[in-house]
Ligand binder design. Structure first.
Ligand code: MN
Length: 211
């Protein structure tokens, strides 16, 4: 059974950029909803349930057809939100990354702010509900992309490093239809240390598969 994760910070920790009520509803209803659906879908599919969900999403053909669409949506929803909570932290952590991650961002996008611009453009341009991502693709290259609904970058063979939920439930209470203002505010709550750790771990994993 998959359980609803515990946040490492309080619901109010991301104020004023992300409001307390949004955080609470987002975790306890939206994310929890994906988890309970996924647990139900996995009933009677114990060997599938025991597998690493990242691996399952990277090859949905291994999922029996009658639960495939559900696993795609609820499994993606669970992994996407788990990463989302992890890469955020108390407001004013924000700032910019350092070390090798920062160097690789600059090598790929030119400057940190051009990375932010590109990421914002992609997240803003996602029509309807979905996610904006910084991923490590199969060749180990940093790339910005977006996915619709709860599709996971793992479905594209990419490893998500940083992701923003652009479903309206993620920002509507404070920002209503102003997704751009939400994205702008969200940079203040990114935990770059955590993102850099994730990046280092993912680089290693990609290097292993490439070998
Ligand atoms: Mn969400």
């Amino acid at each position: 059974m998959i359980e609803v994760p515990k946040l490492e910070y309080g619901y109010d920790a991301l104020e004023p950029y992300i409001d307390t009520r949004t955080m609470e509803i987002h975790l306890t209803r939206h994310h929890a909803g994906y988890i309970s659906k996924l647990n139900k879908l996995f009933e009677g599919h114990e060997s599938l349930a025991a597998m690493d969900l990242k691996f399952v999403l990277s090859d949905l053909s291994i999922v029996p057809e009658e639960i495939r669409e559900g696993v795609r949506n609820s499994g993606g929803g669970h992994l996407n939100h788990s990463l989302f909570w992890e890469i955020m932290g108390p407001a004013e952590k924000g700032g910019e990354p350092t070390g090798k991650f920062q160097e690789d961002i600059v090598a790929t996008f030119g400057t940190f702010s051009s990375f932010q611009e590109e990421f914002t453009k992609v997240a803003l341009g996602r029509f309807g509900s979905g996610w904006g991502w910084l991923v490590l693709d199969q060749s180990g290259k940093l790339t910005v992309l977006s996915t619709p609904n709860q599709d996971s970058p793992f479905m594209l063979g990419s490893t998500p490093i940083l992701g923003i939920d652009v479903w309206e439930h993620a920002y509507y209470l404070t920002y209503q239809n102003h997704r751009e203002e939400y994205i702008k505010a969200w940079w203040n709550v990114v935990n770059w240390e955590r993102v850099a750790e994730l990046y280092a771990r993912s680089l290693e994993a990609v290097a292993k598969t490439a070998r």
